[in-house]
Design a protein around this ligand. Structure first.
Ligand SMILES: Nc1ncnc2c1ncn2[C@@H]1O[C@H](COP(=O)(O)OP(=O)(O)OP(=O)(O)O)[C@@H](O)[C@H]1O
Ligand SMILES: [Mg+2]
Length: 484
């Protein structure tokens, strides 16, 4: 598995293990030793630095949680000395931020202690190969970057599934650069969360993060929203207006639902990506912007390109780095983690006993296929908490399948509530319905159904008094379920 022993014994490659656990150091030394490989172990960062000074190791494997110098600090010190240092970080149960930051500071890999036994040899082998390749090529000295954020006190970005850990690593890697990133995945998987994390961990963290939903802004206004306009550029342009590219010149601009961007705007965006230049609508001045562009879509952009709705050249510019977030049903192990996280957040926002799930409730959440992904899970738990009468949530409290947008209300681009309301509005007015009475009836009926005709809960859901609810139930002839 490892390179053949070399003729010259001094050309042995060295692996330095830094871990406060003697047992781990011992295990690694035995497990990794090979004729061509020397393994050295130390139990803290200071010793590691000293040893590495005398004889730099080819690969360093570092436990994140140690003191007084943490693994992350050691990584930074090692990479500060040698920007090509090959450092592999490891720990049991790493936080999301730790994984992202380790990549940001240039770790070669992040391995979890639970799986390290299966992975470490292959990873070390590829690290050693990469190191060899680096040694023969010209060493370019990229300055190391200073840390600008401490370990996040609270984690808001959950994911233990291997696919999500890869997403975190990608976030860390791309946070170091300014290249555009394309974020893909189904509706509700967390595309915006990823975009915000890239910004948060980047050097632009203190600058603005601006999100634009290309599907939500009327097409004729999108161009002016992004690039600004001159006074008199079109009817209603009473004064000059700055565009988002101008406002966010040193920050991050997140173009959500980029698949919905009209072709004319696409060509202007292409120019920004190629030259960093654009002009306001109705203006001739050339403006420059340094905004970093992140884009997201739940459409198949390759298909959009094939259909002529999306510029191929723009697609390739944006697609240099792609982060794909898998649907929740493909990372079922994250469901209980996310569910507990949302529940805890809701519990701390409400007075009274903290909520918890019964075992069956957690199981039913994990078994469900979550077509609306994390957003649907979050909404489901929110509703369960609102309707709960005890602090233990049972399967019957969880309205599975009711919180994903119905196919009819799913509008192109994902189906936010406001888009769904637009759609309702249009269809009702077209059919000559009286909108408010109709909505009132539909909502009352649904509230009664979903609370099993519990009038107290239904009234609470609708935000009206029980007396008002009773009147509506009578007026609309809503049939109450038999209780009991
Ligand atoms: N891994 C995660 N950890 C914690 N919260 C998450 C995670 N992923 C998503 N969420 C939450 O789920 C909701 C949906 O996420 P987000 O808005 O990022 O999805 P999206 O992919 O942009 O969806 P859409 O395509 O509908 O715009 C948000 O409230 C977000 O905070
Ligand atoms: Mg979104």
């Amino acid at each position: 598995m490892f390179p053949e022993p070399l003729m010259n014994p001094t050309a042995k490659q060295t692996i330095l293990i830094v871990d406060p656990e003697h047992d781990f150091v011992e295990w690694a030394s035995e497990h990794l030793a090979a004729p061509s490989i020397e393994v050295v172990g130390v139990t803290n960062g200071e010793e590691a630095l000293k040893l590495n000074e005398e004889k730099p190791a080819d690969v360093v494997v570092v436990e994140l949680r140690m003191g007084p110098m943490s693994g992350m600090q050691l990584l930074q010190r090692l990479r500060g000395k040698d920007p090509n240092a090959m450092v592999i970080l490891t720990t049991g149960f790493p936080t999301t931020s730790a994984i992202i930051e380790s990549m940001k500071y240039g770790a070669y890999e992040f391995l979890r202690k639970e799986t390290i036994t299966f992975e470490i040899r292959a990873i070390i082998e590829s690290a050693l190969k990469a190191k060899e390749a680096l040694n023969v090529s010209d060493l370019t000295n990229t300055p190391s970057r200073r840390a600008n954020s401490e370990e996040a006190a609270q984690e808001h970005f959950i994911g233990n599934a291997p696919a999500m850990q890869e997403v975190f690593k990608m976030i860390g890697r791309v946070s170091r650069a300014d290249a555009p990133v394309m974020i893909t995945g189904e509706s509700g998987v967390g595309k915006e969360v990823v975009a915000k994390a890239i910004h948060k961990f980047s050097l632009r963290a203190t600058r603005e993060f601006v999100a634009i939903n290309c599907a939500a802004i009327p097409q004729n206004l999108l161009e002016s929203e992004l690039f600004g306009h001159e006074k008199g550029a079109f009817t209603g342009a009473f004064s000059r207006r700055e565009g988002r590219f101008e406002q966010c010149s040193k920050g991050t601009l997140f173009l959500d639902e980029i698949g919905e961007m009209p072709l004319e705007v696409q060509s202007k965006l292409l120019r920004v990506l190629q030259e960093g230049q654009y002009s306001r609508v109705g203006g001739n001045d050339t403006l420059t912007t340094g905004a970093r562009i992140l884009a997201a879509t739940n459409k198949d952009l390759e298909a959009e390109v094939a259909a002529g709705r999306f510029r191929e050249d723009l697609f390739y510019r944006l697609n240099v780095v792609r982060i794909h977030i898998p649907p929740l049903r493909e990372r079922q192990e994250d469901v209980p983690l996310l569910a507990r996280f949302f529940l805890q957040r809701l519990s701390s926002a409400t007075a009274g006993n903290p909520f918890r799930f019964s075992q069956e409730a957690l199981e039913s959440l994990t078994d469900y296929h979550w077509p609306g992904n994390v957003r649907e899970l979050e909404n489901t738990i929110q509703r369960a908490v609102v309707l709960a009468t005890t602090s233990v949530l049972l399967p019957s409290n969880l309205p599975l399948g009711q919180m994903s947008p119905s196919p009819k209300a799913t509008v192109k681009g994902g189906g936010t509530a406001s888009e769904a309301i637009d759609l309702l509005f249009e269809s009702a007015t077209k059919q000559g319905e009286e909108l408010l009475p109709w909505l009132e009836r539909e909502f009352t009926q649904r509230a009664m159904e979903r609370t099993n005709s519990n009038q107290v809960q239904a009234a609470k859901l609708l935000g009206i008094t029980r007396a008002t609810l009773r009147k509506r139930v009578e007026r609309f002839n809503i049939v109450e379920k038999e209780v009991g």
